[in-house]
Write a protein that binds this ligand. Structure first.
Ligand SMILES: [Zn+2]
Length: 259
């Protein structure tokens, strides 16, 4: 059956002499592997539409018994040119693709997730300040959309709302990775240093998980809590989605970015 799809290219690799195997995340079918015959011939019609990050309309021949579908046509909607020219934007966007690839291999089609990817990439494309918060926004949102949102609206022990803790003198909390909850420092006598974190990091996570992307993009935030937020989110994702490993693009970004 011939299907028209809208997709984002997650990965692309050469196959045999002139073909490519491409992993797409599509609005219609979720993650899907396609083979594109002749994609590397000198005169091919695909241009940049099969490169990672390309947002495309495509035509595929789909057979449910086949693992790889056949892609016969692709038209570029956007290649996100500003992302391609900026080190931070590029590596954070590649991290988003990598996370999507690992998180959705066995997941169902998910319209909201597809929209999220496109919206966040468009926001990064036009961002005039650091896009790091948009990357964390993406992480908190994919966690929510895949159904493992933590319960961080209040302390799991005293039940005080997270937004009231600061005025009560709380600065640190213990994030409980396995249950996706936290306890404020008044509820636990000695903080377990492994998952002890700045209250601000959990607060930021809680906020990001319920904002629209435009609001997240306009937010100002304290850079000091970034390390804590980064650490608790990635440990939480790894714990709850074992198929997700360290993001290579993110690691590369950390190792070469200026401080
Ligand atoms: Zn408490």
């Amino acid at each position: 059956m011939i299907h028209k799809i809208e997709a984002i290219v997650l990965r692309s690799m050469n196959y045999l002499e002139s073909s490519k195997i491409v992993t797409l995340y599509s609005r219609e079918y979720g993650a899907i592997g396609v083979i594109v015959k002749g994609a590397r011939r000198a005169k091919n019609k695909f241009g940049a539409s099969l490169e990672p990050l390309a947002h495309i309309n495509a035509v595929i021949y789909k057979k449910d018994t086949r693992e790889l579908q056949l892609l016969t046509d692709a038209e570029l909607i956007s290649s996100f040119p500003k992302i391609q020219q900026d080190f931070e934007k590029l590596f954070l966007s590649l991290s988003i693709l990598e996370l999507t690839y690992m998180a959705t291999r066995y997941a169902e089609q998910n319209d909201a997730l597809f929209n999220l990817i496109i919206e966040v990439l468009e926001e990064i494309e036009h961002a005039t300040k650091s896009s790091l918060l948009l990357f964390y926004y993406f992480e908190t949102q994919i966690i929510r959309l895949l159904g493992f949102q933590p319960s961080i609206e209040s302390c799991s022990s005293c039940k005080k709302p997270i937004n009231e803790l600061e005025e009560r003198g709380i600065r640190r909390v213990l994030f409980e990775i396995d249950r996706g909850t936290f306890q404020c420092e008044k509820c636990i006598p000695v903080l377990d240093t492994g998952m002890s974190t700045d209250l601000g990091a959990v607060k930021l996570w809680e906020q990001l998980s319920r904002l629209y992307v435009k609001k997240a993009a306009a937010m100002f935030w304290n850079r000091e809590i970034q390390g804590d937020l980064d650490r608790i989110i990635s440990r939480y994702i790894e714990h709850h989605q074992p198929e997700i490993r360290t993001l290579r693009a993110k690691q590369m970004f950390e190792s070469i970015r200026p401080d």
